[in-house]
Ligand binder design. Structure first.
Ligand SMILES: Nc1ncnc2c1ncn2[C@@H]1O[C@H](COP(=O)(O)OP(=O)(O)OP(=O)(O)O)[C@@H](O)[C@H]1O
Ligand SMILES: [Mg+2]
Length: 245
């Protein structure tokens, strides 16, 4: 995909600290409208912290974040959600004692404009949710709960969707289903996506730009083909064998 056009997200040299620990250190990146960006990196690299910084659940020590050219650095997270920043955090956070349909309804509350067809769209993307729409979210399988978490985020009709490890804890087959749904969703909505994934090969297949985070810094950026050619990335994250010669 062409990475040009208006920027939905601009992260300008942000630093985030938890007490004395620097979790993000002068990180900059941007995402044009409709792009799909993957963030990869080892445990503790700062991936989830980056998403928290974008959605406004951790404060910045330094730097600025712009959403659709507006500076949202000081904006509380609920206002960022209203502006169209949707964050699906690690773990499957659904309202377990509410039905599937009610969970999606909650997602519509932060939508900028109401859209009666949004349910049909979400059920079309995730047919399992349609079958189970009147069941409590707590009885869904892990994969279905992840679908619901993504569906609820989509119900707010975001312009920017942050997906933190959607396949975590799922069987390979269920993870495959989630990736397929994410791919369809991106194609059909054109929403700008940032994806954090441990399944690096799949993430690189989906994205048009990837960044590698290491100890809170971006150490490599590029289109997925060039990252896959990088021997360091291959060895560290994709499980390629060490180079012996
Ligand atoms: N609430 C917190 N308080 C203190 N330190 C934190 C907090 N959250 C994260 N950290 C630390 O900040 C660093 C970055 O954590 P973060 O969760 O962003 O990493 P990550 O790349 O998402 O890792 P993982 O792949 O394990 O999810 C880690 O060293 C972590 O221990
Ligand atoms: Mg994380």
């Amino acid at each position: 995909m062409e990475r040009s056009g208006p920027l939905v997200l601009e992260i300008q040299t942000i630093t985030v600290r938890y007490g004395g620990l620097t979790a993000l250190d002068s990180v900059s990146l941007s995402a044009p409208a409709g792009s799909f960006t993957a963030l990869i990196g080892a445990n503790g690299a700062g991936k989830s912290t980056l998403f928290r910084a974008i959605s406004g659940t951790v404060p910045l020590a330094e730097g600025r974040i712009l959403h659709e050219s507006a500076d949202v650095t000081q904006m509380p997270s609920h206002e960022r959600a209203r502006r169209g920043i949707a964050h699906v955090p690690e773990g499957r956070h659904v309202f377990k004692t509410m039905t599937v349909a009610e969970n999606i309804e909650v997602g519509t509350y932060s939508a900028r404009a109401s859209s009666p067809s949004i349910y049909e769209f979400i059920y079309c993307l995730f047919p399992r949710l349609k079958e189970r729409r009147n069941q409590l979210a707590g009885v869904l399988s892990g994969g279905e709960q992840q679908m619901l978490a993504i569906g609820r985020a989509l119900a707010s009709r975001p312009s920017l969707l942050l997906l933190d490890e959607p396949s975590i804890g799922l069987s390979p087959a269920l993870g495959d289903e989630i990736f397929e749904a994410i791919s369809n969703m991106h194609r059909e909505t054109g929403v700008t996506v940032l994806l954090v994934e441990q399944r690096v090969v799949e993430a690189l297949e989906l994205c048009d730009m990837a960044h590698v985070l290491q100890n809170g810094r971006i150490v490599e950026s590029g289109p997925p083909t060039s990252l896959l050619r990088s021997k360091d990335i291959g060895r560290a994250y994709v499980g390629l064998p060490p180079v012996t010669a």
